[in-house]
Design a protein around this ligand. Structure first.
Ligand code: ZN
Length: 292
């Protein structure tokens, strides 16, 4: 099974996670810029974080045989903090970089006026940089938030095929499907969507425009939920080719629209591990202690 996890926050994860992900078949991923749990008080905290996403974290992933891409944005939650407003001005510099495959996560958290303003501005940036957009849907008020999200996407002029609306469930999937956008599903260990509910949605509406992610971050989450969904699909009678389509070819097709993928789309299942753990990024390696 070759897996491309289209939404996972590796900055919050350990080297054990990287090893387990590789062993389960993960060969590529997208790490969206998001909220760190602790409010940031200045634009410099964001630029250091963005630099780490396109620099150190990409290097770290490469040491475990995984191609790391990212998306860059002012996340919906911090769009409400006036101290972070300037982040919108530094985004163009990052949206031009290699391996930045979308604008995101953008969208709504609490459906405020400030969130909507930042969302609209960042959809404009996606149009300007010809990049896909990754849109977060609120965990409360999901249905109404998704409806407003789709209205703003339509008004932005961004083609629906360039937009993934993420964190969907049985209640929100149909309106996103009808709008022609990609449908993202985050598979969580004990709340919201799990792999069996995911399989039921795939049985009902097919495999087109579906992305399945672990959305693993600093909260209770599981970076192996992509491979567990693949296993649940096989158990339910889907073919290995169906699994490959959902877990590999779909994310390649969606993020490939950026023209900036860093992974070989035809990569074989077994990949090529051969990463050198003593390699360095700006003088730092992932090794600790003396290696003599
Ligand atoms: Zn996320």
């Amino acid at each position: 099974m070759r897996i491309f996890d289209p939404h996972i926050h590796m900055t919050s994860r350990t080297t054990d996670d990287y090893e387990a992900m590789y062993a389960s078949g993960v060969r590529a991923l997208v790490e969206p810029a998001f909220w760190l749990g602790q409010p940031r008080t200045t634009v410099g905290s964001f630029t250091d974080y963005f630099d780490a996403l396109v620099g150190w974290e990409r290097f770290r992933a490469s040491q475990f045989g995984i191609a790391h891409h990212c998306t860059i944005a002012l996340n919906p939650k911090e769009a409400n903090d006036p101290r972070c407003a300037e982040v919108l001005d530094v985004l163009p510099r990052y949206l031009a970089k290699d391996g930045v495959v979308a604008v995101g996560e953008v969208g709504f958290d609490s459906m405020t006026v400030e969130e909507e303003k930042a969302f609209v501005r960042q959809l404009e940036l996606a149009v300007e940089f010809e990049l896909p957009a990754m849109v977060h849907t609120p965990h409360r008020d999901k249905e109404q938030g998704t409806r407003r999200t789709l209205e703003l996407v339509t008004e932005s002029g961004l083609a629906p095929g360039m937009v993934v609306v993420d964190h969907l469930n049985e209640v929100t999937v149909d309106q996103v499907d009808e709008a022609g956008c990609w449908m993202g599903f985050s598979i969580y260990p004990d709340t919201k969507m799990d792999e069996h509910r995911m399989v039921a949605i795939l049985q009902r509406r097919g495999l087109d425009r579906v992305l399945v992610n672990s959305a693993a971050d600093w909260g209770r989450s599981d970076p192996l939920k992509t491979s567990k969904t693949g296993a649940a699909m096989l158990e339910a009678g889907f073919s290995a080719d169906d699994v490959d389509r959902v877990l590999w070819r779909n994310p390649i097709e969606f993020f490939g629209q950026s023209g900036r993928l860093l992974v070989d789309p035809d990569l074989a299942d077994d990949g090529s591990a051969g990463a050198d753990a003593s390699a360095t990024f700006e003088g730092n390696s992932i090794l600790r202690g003396s290696r003599d």
